[in-house]
Write a protein that binds this ligand. Sequence first.
Ligand SMILES: O=C(O)c1cc(C(=O)O)oc(=O)c1
Length: 294
Amino acid sequence: MADRIVSWHANPSKPKFTPPPGAVDAHCHVFGPMAQFPFSAKAKYLPEDAGPDMLFALRDHLGFEKNVIVQASCHGTDNSATLHAIAAAQGKARGVAVVDPAISEDDLAALHLGGIRGIRFNFLKRLVDDAPKDRFLEVASRLPKGWHVVIYFEADILEELRPFMDAIPVPIVVDHMGRPDVTQGPDGPDMKAFRRFLDSRDDIWFKPTCPDRLDAIKEGGKGDPWDNFAAAVAPLVADYPTRCIWGTDWPHPNMQDEIPDDGHLVDMIPRIAPTAELQQALLVDNPNRLYWAD
Ligand SMILES: O=C(O)c1cc(C(=O)O)oc(=O)c1
């Protein structure tokens, strides 16, 4: 395994945009600390420590009140680091776990007590070795009440995943909108396909997140301030205002080449959600419905 990497900004700027009271950063991660929570033997990247203290300092700096911590692939199916961070947040965080599909009902109940409200299925080959659809469906059918499934996939496999996703019996939240090519614009084939998917069920949610990944210079995009992303994504938020949640994606796994300034990421919010109503839905009402319903 290569050296441990740093993928986050050392000194993010203060955003110009002020999030509304109660705003939730609903997609972020923690890494380690490794001495306490070792990374998975199957991890595809080995990051430096980015623990809860750093996450909460960033939350306060950016003007957010709560976090949803999504288990990062480098921790495999051992959710200890995520649970530790949720506990340290003292009610200000909930989370999404990655589980071995053979997990017992007791272990699912323990995750619920620890603040977990969903499980993540990752289909990115650069992040995980396998994604067994039949086993994923089985565990999705016996989740605690009120939970959902988070899915991370790339646009080119959306159609292939449709039968699998259509069979998921709980709400679905799509990470980073399934990584559309934002250089195609709001009416490009990737956005059209994603809209068709959203229209197929009213319990599919999405995260209009990661301009730094989707509009990266090395991916053929514009880079910060990510104008392609703003143009392609604002209409999606406008058309599905009750089904989107937003997050920084800190500490930005794997982004060590074009590390985003988190203050600039927050300043994308008014460009994709220009009214106070949209901002309230995206940052407060929607994430609270998914993660703090009980
Ligand atoms: O695109 C990625 O590299 C990435 C990785 C992870 C993870 O390693 O869990 O999570 C994300 O949200 C995005």
